[in-house]
Design a protein around this ligand. Structure first.
Ligand code: HEM
Ligand code: FES
Length: 779
C-alpha cells in the first residue's frame, strides 16, 4: 500500500469533499453500504485507518464487516469499554490468524510441530492475571531505569554511523535494529541471535494480521515454522544458564517454580510472540513518530528548542500515528455494545487508531498537537487488564531516539518519497523512511557539547508540568465588575488549536494553575476567557487580576472539553449563574449557528457584575431571559424543569447551590438530561459523600499519609513524593499493588482472587481503601 499524502489535512477517503468539513459526518455516505464495503486489507483503511472510519464514528460506531467477518468498533468510549471487560470480551483471538491458513500452509506448520498457544496477550482470566502478576516485576519503573544507558548507547552508535552521510533510511539505519537489540537485552536473549530473528518476525506479523496470497502463505508458513523451532532452541540454551538475567530467564525460572501458572507451552509461545510484541511495535511507532514530526515542522522545531516537550510529543505521536491501529476481542456471551446486539462468539476488530481520533474524547482530534494535555489517553497500548506491559520501555526508546536526533540533527528533513506499508489489520508503519540533511551543518562540528544529552526522562507517562504551550496575553479588558477578560494568543503567532463549546483551558500563572472556560469564537486563532476575582478563593484569580497585562507571556494547557454539548438534542435549556456564563455563552453561540432550538437563562447579583451582557442580548435576545438579583429577578428552577419538553437537555454552569438545586430537581428525569461543568483533575471515580478518610503508614519510610474522601491511596502516596507504578487507575491491571502489613482492606479491584483478598496482605492502591476508615500499615 502506497501513501503519497504528506499533508496533515484530512479529507474524505472516498473523494466526497462534503465529508471532510461536515458537521455531523458525511451526508452523502450510506452507512450500510460503507459497512458492506469495509475492507481492512486495502483501500482507505490501509491509507489512513482513522480517517477511513470517520463515517463510522459519526454514523455507525459498531458495525458488521462481512468481508472480514468481524464487528468493527470505532469510537473511543466503546473501545475502552471492550478493553475494560476481558471476561465478556475475551482476548483469546488476539493472535489468531485473521486470514485462515490454507490446508497446504497448515500441513507445513504441522511439519514444524508448530503449536503456538496462549501467551499473555491472548490468555483468559483468571489465568492471565495470575501470570501477569508473576511476571510484572521486571517491567516496573524502578527496574527499567537501568535500561536507559543501554538504549542511549545503542542509539548513539547507530547515529554515529550515519551522521556524516547526509541521507539515510532511518529504519534501516536505526529504528529497526535498536528496538530489536533492546528487546533482546531486556529478555536476556544473546545479541548474536539478531540476524536470524530479523527474518522471522515479519513472517509472524504477516501470518497473524495479514492477508497473504496462497503462494505467500507457503513461504510464510515455512518462516513461521522455523521461527517456532528456533524459539524452542533459544529457550533450551537459556535453560542451561540458570543464573541468566533478563525477563525470559525470569520467566523460565518461574516456569520451574510455578509451572501451573507459567506453563511450558506459555514459555515457548511467548518466546516467539514477545519478539514481535517488543520489537515491531516500537520500530514502527518510532518510524511513524519521525515521519509525523518531520511533516509538522513547528512541532519539530519546538522540540529541538525545548527537549522537555519530548515525552508528551511521543504520546501525541502514539495517538496520532500509533503502530498498533487495531486489536481484537471475542464475545463470550450475547451482549450489546452502543445499542448494537452482538451474539456470543462475535469477533471484534477494535480500531484504536479510530478511537484515538474520536472528537468525543479529544478536542480537534485530527490535528497533531504536541501540547495536547490528554494525549496520554491514547489507546495504542491497549487498556485495562492486558494493557501493554512494555509500554514504558517503548516510551523510553522513543524518547531517547527523539532526544538524540533532535539534538544531533535538528536540520533533518524528509526526503521526497512514497511510503509503503505492509497490508494488515493491526501493525502500521512505513517500510522505509528516507531523511536527509547537510552534514556541514551538524551542530557537533562546531559545538562539542552538542554530543551530550540535554535531558534524561523519568520512566513512565509524561510529567504534567511539562505539558504546556507558551502563550501571550494579547488584550486585557474589564468585562464587568470584578471580571477580567483576556484574549490569549500563541506566543509565536501560530493559530491556537480549534475547540468546541464547553471547552476549557488551564492557565499557569506564577504558582497557580487555574482552569477557565473558553468563551470566544471557536474559529478564531486566539482564545477568550473571563476571570472572576474571587476574594475568598485560594489566590489564583487575585494573582491573575493583579499581575497579568497585555504582552505578558505565560503557559497554558488545553483546550480540553469535559462539558460536551449534545448538538442533536431537540431542545436545550442553558442556565448560567454569574461567571458560569462563559461555557454557556459558547454553547448558545454554537446552538444558534446550528439553527437548533434553545433557551438561555442568565442570572447574576446585579447587571454590573454580569459579563457579556451586550453580547448575549445582541446575539441571543429572542432566546434570552436575564435575572438581576438586585432588581428582584429570580430564576424559577422548578418551573423550568417542570416545563421541560421530551428529550430536552439542560446545561448549567454556576455556583454550587444552583447546580445542587438542579441536580435534585432533575434526579427522576432520564439519564443524560442534566449536564453541568466539573473541573475534575483526575478520573478517580470517587464520590466523597460515600467515602471515609483514613491514614496509611508506610513502614519503609516511616511516613503516614492521609487519604481524604476525595482522593485515592495511590494519589496520596504519590503526593507524599513516593512513586508507585500505575497504569489503568481503576483496579484492572495490577500494576499499583502494594503489600499490606496490617489493616482491614476494602478491596475494589478486579485483579486479586477471592483467596488473595481473604489473606489481606496486598492491595491495589488506585481503587481499594481501608475498611471503616481505620489506619492501615503498608510495607
Ligand atoms: C500488550 C502495544 C511495546 C510487551 C500490548 C498490547 C498492545 C501493545 C496494543 C495489547 C493490549 C491489550 O490487549 O489491552 C505496544 C506498543 C508498543 C509496545 C504500541 C511500542 C510502542 C512493547 C514492548 C514490550 C511489550 C517494548 C516488551 C518489552 C507487551 C506484553 C503484552 C503487551 C508482554 C501483554 C500484556 C498482557 O496481556 O497482560 N502491547 N507494545 N510491548 N505488550 Fe506491548
Ligand atoms: Fe491498574 Fe491500579 S490496578 S493502576
Amino acid at each position: 500500500m502506497v501513501d503519497q499524502t504528506e499533508s496533515n489535512d484530512k479529507g474524505c477517503p472516498f473523494g466526497t469533499a462534503a465529508s471532510a468539513g461536515a458537521e455531523h459526518g458525511c451526508p452523502v455516505t450510506d452507512p450500510t453500504a460503507m459497512a458492506e464495503a469495509f475492507d481492512a486489507f486495502e483501500g482507505p483503511y490501509q491509507l489512513d485507518p482513522a480517517e477511513a472510519l470517520r463515517w463510522s464514528r459519526d454514523q455507525l460506531p459498531v458495525f458488521y464487516a462481512p468481508k472480514l467477518g468481524y464487528w468493527v468498533v470505532s469510537r473511543y468510549d466503546d473501545i475502552k469499554a471492550v478493553f475494560r471487560d476481558p471476561i465478556l470480551f475475551s482476548p483469546r483471538n488476539v493472535l489468531e490468524k485473521i486470514t485462515p491458513a490454507t490446508s497446504e500452509a497448515q500441513e507445513i506448520l504441522k511439519g514444524y510441530d508448530y503449536a503456538m498457544a496462549r501467551t499473555m496477550v491472548n490468555e483468559d482470566e483468571p489465568a492471565h492475571m495470575e501470570r501477569r502478576r508473576a511476571l510484572l516485576d521486571h517491567f516496573m519503573p524502578e527496574n527499567l531505569e537501568q535500561q536507559q544507558d543501554m538504549i542511549r548507547r545503542l542509539t548513539r552508535e547507530k547515529i554515529d554511523a550515519f551522521i556524516d552521510s547526509g541521507r539515510v533510511d532511518l529504519i534501516d539505519g536505526m529504528l529497526y535494529e535498536v528496538p530489536l537489540l533492546v528487546a533482546l537485552h531486556f529478555l536476556g536473549v544473546p545479541e548474536d541471535e539478531i540476524a536470524t530473528l530479523k527474518t522471522f518476525s515479519v513472517a509472524h506479523s504477516v501470518n497473524t494480521w495479514g492477508k497473504p496470497s496462497d503462494q505467500k502463505q507457503i513461504e510464510v508458513a515455512h518462516d513461521v515454522g522455523r521461527f517456532w523451532q528456533y524459539a524452542g532452541e533459544i529457550i533450551e540454551k537459556m535453560r542451561a544458564e540458570p543464573e541468566g538475567t533478563g525477563w525470559m530467564h525470569h520467566t523460565i525460572r518461574m516456569n520451574a517454580e510455578i509451572p501451573e501458572v507459567v506453563t511450558d507451552s506459555y514459555v515457548h509461545s511467548m518466546m516467539m510472540a514477545i519478539i514481535v510484541a517488543a520489537h515491531e511495535t516500537t520500530s514502527l511507532a518510532s518510524a511513524n513518530m519521525f515521519k509525523t514530526l518531520l511533516t509538522h515542522p513547528d512541532a519539530w522545531n519546538d522540540i529541538c528548542a525545548d527537549p522537555s516537550l519530548i515525552p508528551n510529543a511521543v504520546e501525541e505521536c502514539l495517538r496520532y500515528a500509533g503502530s498498533i491501529v487495531a486489536w481484537r476481542r471475542q464475545t463470550t456471551a450475547p451482549t450489546t455494545l452502543n445499542d448494537v446486539d452482538l451474539p456470543k462468539g462475535a469477533k471484534l476488530l477494535i480500531v484504536q487508531a479510530s478511537g484515538n481520533q474520536d472528537e468525543r474524547h479529544f478536542e480537534a482530534a485530527d490535528t497533531f498537537d504536541i501540547y495536547r494535555d490528554n494525549a496520554v489517553d491514547h489507546l495504542t497500548f491497549g487498556y485495562g487488564a492486558h494493557q501493554c506491559m512494555g509500554k514504558n520501555i517503548g516510551r523510553m526508546e522513543m524518547r531517547i531516539f527523539l532526544e538524540e536526533v533532535t539534538r544531533r540533527l535538528p536540520h533533518l528533513r524528509l526526503s521526497e518519497q512514497e511510503f509503503d506499508y505492509l497490508p494488515n489489520t493491526s501493525f502500521r508503519g512505513p517500510d522505509e523512511l528516507w531523511v536527509e540533511w547537510e552534514p556541514v551543518q551538524n551542530p557537533e562540528r562546531t559545538n562539542p557539547n552538542a554530543i551530550h544529552p540535554r535531558r534524561t526522562f523519568a520512566v513512565g507517562p509524561p510529567a504534567r508540568r511539562d505539558i504546556a504551550r507558551k502563550v501571550r496575553i494579547a488584550e486585557v479588558r474589564q468585562e464587568a465588575d470584578g471580571i477580567l477578560g483576556l484574549t490569549i494568543e500563541d506566543a509565536q503567532g501560530r493559530p491556537l488549536p480549534k475547540w468546541t463549546a464547553g471547552s476549557h483551558i488551564e492557565l499557569c500563572v506564577g504558582a497557580y494553575d487555574r482552569k477557565y472556560s473558553l468563551c470566544g469564537a471557536p474559529e478564531d486563532d486566539s482564545y477568550r476567557v473571563a476571570i472572576l476575582r474571587e476574594e475568598l478563593g485560594r489566590g489564583g484569580s487575585r494573582h491573575i487580576h493583579e499581575t497579568l497585562c497585555a504582552g505578558a507571556e505565560i503557559r497554558m494547557r488545553g483546550p480540553s472539553n469535559l462539558f460536551k454539548l449534545d448538538e442533536t438534542a431537540p431542545h436545550v435549556v442553558l442556565i448560567a449563574g454569574g461567571i458560569g456564563i462563559t461555557p454557556i455563552l459558547a454553547m448558545a453561540d454554537r446552538l444558534k449557528a446550528l439553527g437548533q432550538s434553545y433557551a438561555l437563562h442568565y442570572a447574576g447579583r446585579s447587571k454590573s457584575t454580569m459579563a457579556f451582557l451586550d453580547r448575549v442580548t445582541r446575539d441571543h435576545g429572542a432566546r434570552l431571559s436575564l435575572y438581576a438579583g438586585n432588581e428582584g429577578d429570580r430564576m424559577d428552577l422548578p418551573d423550568m424543569v417542570a416545563g421541560l419538553e421530551d428529550a430536552a437537555q439542560i446545561y448549567a454552569c454556576g455556583p454550587k447551590g444552583l447546580l445542587n438545586a438542579l441536580e435534585t430537581l432533575t434526579k427522576d428525569l432520564p439519564e443524560g438530561t442534566f449536564h453541568f461543568e466539573h473541573f475534575s483533575t483526575s478520573a478517580t471515580g470517587i464520590d466523597p459523600e460515600d467515602e471515609q478518610a483514613f491514614e496509611a503508614e508506610l513502614t519503609e519510610s516511616g511516613l503516614v499519609v492521609k487519604v481524604g474522601t476525595d482522593t485515592t491511596l495511590l494519589d496520596a502516596i504519590m503526593a507524599a513524593g513516593i512513586d508507585v507504578a500505575c497504569d489503568c487507575r481503576e483496579g484492572l491491571c495490577g500494576s499499583c499493588e502494594v503489600a499490606v502489613v496490617e489493616g482491614e482492606i476494602d478491596h475494589r479491584d478486579m485483579v486479586l482472587t477471592r483467596a488473595e483478598r481473604a489473606e489481606s496482605n496486598r492491595m491495589m492502591t488506585c481503587c481499594s481503601r481501608s475498611k471503616n476508615g481505620t489506619r492501615i500499615k503498608l510495607a
